[in-house]
Unconditional design. Structure first.
Length: 165
């Protein structure tokens, strides 16, 4: 977890290109392949393709939360069900490379905005519909750790496929 706002923004922006990098060297079949049922929790259940599309949805949601916290007074930050998104939004029919590009653009654009904000903007809060009060810094830290966690699943899936990082 980043401790100062510059480090936090840097960590957030460093993640911009990681989803696209995680797709390199994989065939369409490998991207769509689900891990074996007994692969373990460190691998997860989704295909690499689904993970990358999920990351794009998550980036949109988390960036929206940060923007609302900074721009509005005590906004409501809606929760969402990632499994319903995956099941009902045709994750398998979306483009993983396009999703990775959306993540990159979202992070790069928001990082530009974040670097212009005064320190107190990171302490502003909104009310998450399930978790209660969250600051802009809290949501940014969540975005960084969320991507790290899901890219850990991708690394484990790549290892199962015999594809190094």
């Amino acid at each position: 977890m980043a401790t100062d706002r510059t480090s936090l923004i840097d960590a957030y922006e460093r993640g911009a290109d990681l989803p696209a990098q995680s797709l390199r060297g994989l065939t369409p079949d490998e991207l769509q392949r689900h891990p074996p049922e007994n692969a373990g929790p460190e691998v997860g259940k989704w295909s690499i393709h689904q993970v990358i599309v999920h990351l794009a949805d998550a980036e949109f949601a988390l960036a929206d939360r940060v923007k609302r916290i900074v721009a509005e007074d005590d906004p409501v930050l809606l929760a969402w069900d990632e499994n319903r998104f995956a099941a009902r939004l045709a994750y398998d029919k979306q483009s993983a490379p396009d999703a990775a590009a959306l993540v990159a653009l979202t992070r790069k654009q928001l990082a530009r905005v974040l670097r212009t904000l005064p320190p107190e903007a990171f302490d502003r809060t909104g009310r998450h519909s399930e978790r209660g009060p969250q600051s802009a810094a809290d949501v940014l830290n969540m975005a960084v750790s969320h991507m790290d966690r899901h890219l850990g699943f991708v690394r484990a899936k790549r290892k199962l496929l015999g594809k190094p990082d």
